[in-house]
Design a protein around this ligand. Structure first.
Ligand SMILES: *[C@@H]1O[C@H](CO)[C@@H](O)[C@H](O)[C@H]1NC(C)=O
Ligand SMILES: *[C@@H]1O[C@H](CO)[C@@H](O)[C@H](O)[C@H]1NC(C)=O
Ligand SMILES: *[C@@H]1O[C@H](CO)[C@@H](O)[C@H](O)[C@H]1NC(C)=O
Ligand SMILES: *[C@@H]1O[C@H](CO)[C@@H](O)[C@H](O)[C@H]1NC(C)=O
Ligand SMILES: *[C@@H]1O[C@H](CO)[C@@H](O)[C@H](O)[C@H]1NC(C)=O
Ligand SMILES: *[C@@H]1O[C@H](CO)[C@@H](O)[C@H](O)[C@H]1NC(C)=O
Ligand SMILES: *[C@@H]1O[C@H](CO)[C@@H](O)[C@H](O)[C@H]1NC(C)=O
Length: 407
């Protein structure tokens, strides 16, 4: 039994960062079991990511939503590595991992990180985890070893009683891992805290075919029927993977980055966002992807930079992860001496999209277009966005852009 001392708090902080660009990976040596387990687990991650969207959207329907499904699933898997009993069962069941055991899940992530770790020039997709351990708290070596071995985890110590110092240390760590994109993460740390788990995802991708900056002009984005904001509209005419979904009344367009990552924009017809959000499921994304075909498109889409922050506590509880937050929490896999529970789960993500996708790069592209006139796709009203990594089948980021101008 690991019920000894009074309750301490465990905060899991999840965070994610985006920039538009990408990075490719080559598989070399990895465990075959891990690869098999990843293929079992990855569709469940998609289901989890979309279910989470519905909960977050119910909390904040008119706001921008942006988060990393991959990052959140990873962070909860790290937490599961230390959970036991019903706490573990609830985590696994909400994540959709019920047919797997923790070892298989660990190996699956080790495989995915291995796949994601091999970057090429101009492309970056970085995922990692950190465990910040408070002075005087000694997690079980097995737990820390699992995090290091399977989740590319780093472990460091901090004195949480010196709150300002602890906050600054964590802020700096996150700023470094996010390449400066998340500078000012505000954390209101409880001095009682024993440990913080951090997951970070950083992505920087260059469009396979960049937009021409000279064609960017001011345009209107209709945040609501009669309300618009001024944005910089980027323009590009060419062949895009495109699909019009007649059931959901939505236009789907794929914008590939260099490497194995693509952005998928899903633009519902006017007034159809809510219907789309109700019907979307993991098959929608796969079906849109499969059904798309090359079409000559005259695309206008906003250049934007947004930041979204969410507390995930309520959403996760609604999704069945309840024990982890309460008196019943069982994290005997982290410590047998100190009883732990989760006090808070927060997530912050930023997304910047511009003509290059990222910093300067020289590219020569020769585009061939058919003779028929291009169809117009004008992304000038709220749309959904997905950033997908194709070699691991992961939704790295997803969200809804309701207003592309910073609030
Ligand atoms: C996990 O499942 C695998 C495959 O079924 C099995 O070989 C392994 O012994 C299990 N591990 C644990 C710790 O139960
Ligand atoms: C990731 O890549 C770095 C540098 O290429 C290497 O040092 C590290 O061992 C790799 N990690 C994994 C888990 O493959
Ligand atoms: C907290 O940490 C800061 C920075 O390391 C240090 O200057 C300060 O004296 C510490 N405060 C306490 C109460 O230990
Ligand atoms: C954009 O305009 C500048 C100045 O008119 C010109 O030098 C440059 O070649 C143009 N770039 C492209 C990609 O057309
Ligand atoms: C938008 O404006 C039109 C014309 O002024 C009006 O009929 C309509 O009710 C307005 N819609 C909303 C949602 O305010
Ligand atoms: C593409 O759309 C823009 C804006 O609607 C328009 O100015 C331009 O002429 C169109 N280009 C083509 C080739 O249709
Ligand atoms: C992209 O993913 C596919 C499918 O897994 C793989 O065959 C290919 O080698 C990957 N390409 C790169 C550049 O990593």
């Amino acid at each position: 039994m690991c019920r000894i001392l009074a309750s301490y708090a465990l905060a899991a902080l999840l965070l994610a960062v985006v920039w538009a660009d990408h990075n490719p990976y080559h598989s070399s040596k990895h465990s075959h079991e891990g690869e098999m387990a990843w293929h079992t687990l990855s569709p469940h991650n998609a289901v989890f990511g979309i279910t989470l969207y519905k909960h977050l959207n119910a909390e904040a329907a008119g706001d921008n939503i942006f988060y990393s499904p991959l990052g959140i699933s990873t962070a909860l898997s790290v937490l599961s590595a230390g959970a036991r009993g019903d706490t573990h069962t609830q985590l696994f069941s909400s994540l959709g991992y019920s047919t797997l055991n923790q070892t298989q899940v660990n190996e699956a992530y080790a495989y995915a990180f291995h796949m994601l770790n091999h970057s090429q020039d101009n492309q970056q997709l970085e995922v990692g985890n950190s465990v910040v351990v408070g002075t005087g708290f000694n997690p079980l070596p097995d737990f820390l070893n699992s995090i290091r071995q399977y989740y590319m985890g780093e472990v460091f110590n901090v004195d949480f009683e010196n709150t300002s110092e602890a906050q600054e240390l964590i802020r700096q760590h996150i700023a470094t891992k996010s390449h400066g994109k998340l500078q000012d993460l505000v954390m209101d740390l409880d001095p009682q805290i024993s440990m913080v788990l951090i997951n970070w995802v950083y992505f920087k991708g260059q469009w396979e075919r960049p937009f021409n900056k000279n064609l960017t002009t001011k345009g209107q984005f209709y945040v609501a029927e009669n309300a618009s904001v001024e944005v910089d509209m980027m323009k590009k005419t060419g062949l895009f993977d495109y699909y019009y979904d007649h059931v959901n009344h939505a236009t789907v367009i794929l914008l590939p980055y260099k490497g194995n990552t693509s952005m998928m924009i899903v633009l519902p017809d006017e007034g159809k966002m809510v219907a789309l959000e109700d019907s979307i499921n993991k098959n929608s994304i796969r079906d849109w992807h499969k059904s798309s075909f090359k079409n000559n498109i005259n695309l206008s889409m906003p250049k934007f930079s947004i930041s979204a922050e969410a507390s995930l506590d309520e959403a996760l509880k609604e999704m069945g992860i309840t024990d982890a937050f309460g008196e019943e929490a069982d994290f005997c896999g982290i410590s047998e001496e100190v009883e732990l529970r989760v006090s808070r789960v927060s997530h912050q993500a930023v997304l910047s999209v511009d003509e290059t996708g990222t910093e300067a790069a020289a590219a020569t592209t020769i585009e061939m277009v058919p003779l028929s006139l291009p169809s117009d796709v004008i992304v000038n009203r709220p749309f959904m966005v997905f950033i997908m990594e194709l070699s691991t089948g992961s939704i790295v980021f997803m969200g809804k852009i309701s207003n592309p101008t910073p609030l």
